[in-house]
Design a protein around this ligand. Structure first.
Ligand SMILES: Nc1ncnc2c1ncn2[C@@H]1O[C@H](COP(=O)(O)OP(=O)(O)OP(=O)(O)O)[C@@H](O)[C@H]1O
Length: 377
């Protein structure tokens, strides 16, 4: 019989973590449980640093219980503690493969990332609507406002930040297995695209994706950041829901094109974040209008204003509309996002205005829109 996650959880539910007999499974200390194709089981147990010695007994008991299940080939169980300083989590004691170490999926919602003030997600109901382009230009817009910004490419099945920011090479591994983020245009960047082949990530299943994302959130030397922008994987399925829950998000931005179908997906995105009580910072309408580069005429290729109306209907802020523009595409695809390539241009202005509104809702101030000009005649 093939071993499943449920079998493992059943075995782990028999392991007490304290004198009152609280089970490991219900204690809130257990990470995601991963069972790979080779019947190897991986999980972590969260502890306070001071509990390392006493919880080692629990770790061993858990490992033995799972090892005893029929069909299990190997068990990799580790104790994981959050370091008090700003250097992220550390594995206190582990056995087996470090590279496959599962991470703090379930608890991380409540755990802040040391040094990071706000984490915001950029999400979309479906792929190809310009979520990554928005995320990168929003991050650079926030940087232009004087903030310290990081960008995490959590779009694990289609990482685009290496290309959008023109970053090559691999991040350095620092002491304690912490990764040094890459840097571009003054923002810190981490992407699964820096770490593994695209094909390798493509075959990962839910728990492994979660584990990789949690590591990129917590085992990266982000340093002190005002905002960490997370480019989420597209869609509103279980994977996105789990991720939204496992990431300590201050809020989410939904990107949509104006078409009906995209809007239905955007609505699902809003509902998903609401379900896990993550505030919606607003909706961005991308590829809203097309301004002909030759004649200057504006046309609404996909319709127009749908996202604004939808935002109103859903009672969430509408952050702005970005036109369909060849320059945005060409600059993005060549690693020079428009906010830095043409910082005073009309498109950069739109993204910076979105950034200002996002910052305003994060800091609880009234939306810092450009003040209206009063004309006295
Ligand atoms: N406003 C825009 N004008 C023109 N092209 C755009 C615009 N926004 C995005 N694009 C282009 O559309 C393509 C898809 O954009 P992007 O990768 O940002 O979408 P995505 O939603 O992140 O996609 P996926 O989720 O599939 O990775 C890219 O080639 C990008 O340059």
């Amino acid at each position: 019989m093939a071993i499943t996650r449920e079998h493992v959880l059943q075995a782990l539910s028999t392991i007490p973590v304290d004198a009152s007999g609280t089970s490991l499974v219900t204690s809130g200390r257990l990470s995601e449980v991963v069972v790979d194709e080779a019947a190897r089981v991986m999980f972590s147990i969260f502890i306070e640093p001071a509990e390392a010695a006493s919880m080692e007994t629990v770790r061993r008991a858990a490992e033995t219980a799972v090892q005893g299940l029929p069909g299990v080939k190997a068990v990799f169980a580790s104790l994981t503690a959050e370091r008090p300083a700003s250097s992220g989590p550390t594995v206190v004691r582990s056995s087996g493969s470090e590279a496959r170490r599962p991470a703090a999926a379930q608890q991380s919602k409540t755990q802040r990332i040391p040094g990071v003030t706000h984490v915001i997600a950029v999400a979309s109901g479906k792929g190809g609507v310009g979520k990554s382009t928005t995320a990168v230009n929003l991050a650079l817009g926030l940087k232009a406002l004087g903030l310290r910004v990081g960008l995490l490419d959590a779009d694990i099945y289609g990482p685009s930040m290496p290309k959008l920011l023109g970053i090559h090479g691999k991040p350095n591994l620092l002491e304690g297995r912490i990764l040094e983020p890459m840097e571009a245009y003054g923002i810190k960047v981490m992407s699964i695209g820096f770490l593994v082949d695209e094909e390798a990530a493509m075959i990962w299943r839910g728990p492994m994706v979660m584990s990789a994302i949690t590591q990129m959130l917590r085992e990266v030397a982000w340093g002190d950041l005002d905002v960490l922008v997370v480019d989420m994987p597209p869609g509103t399925g279980d994977a996105q829901l789990t991720m939204a829950q496992a990431t300590p998000l201050a809020g989410a931005i939904i990107v949509s094109t104006p078409q009906d179908l995209a809007l239905i997906d955007a609505r699902r995105g809003v509902a998903m974040f609401k379900r896990v009580e993550i505030p919606i910072l607003g909706i961005v309408e991308n590829m809203a209008t097309f301004v002909c580069p030759h004649c200057g005429q504006t046309s609404h290729i996909f319709g127009h204003g749908g996202a604004r109306a939808e935002a109103q209907r859903l009672g969430v802020p509408f952050l702005g509309e970005v036109p369909l523009n060849m320059t945005i595409r060409e600059l993005s695809d060549s690693g020079h996002p428009v906010v830095v390539a043409d910082p005073e241009g009309p498109h950069a202005k739109i993204y910076k205005d979105i950034a200002r509104q996002v910052l305003a809702s994060l800091t609880g101030t009234a939306a810092a829109r450009a003040a209206p000009r009063i004309v006295i005649e």
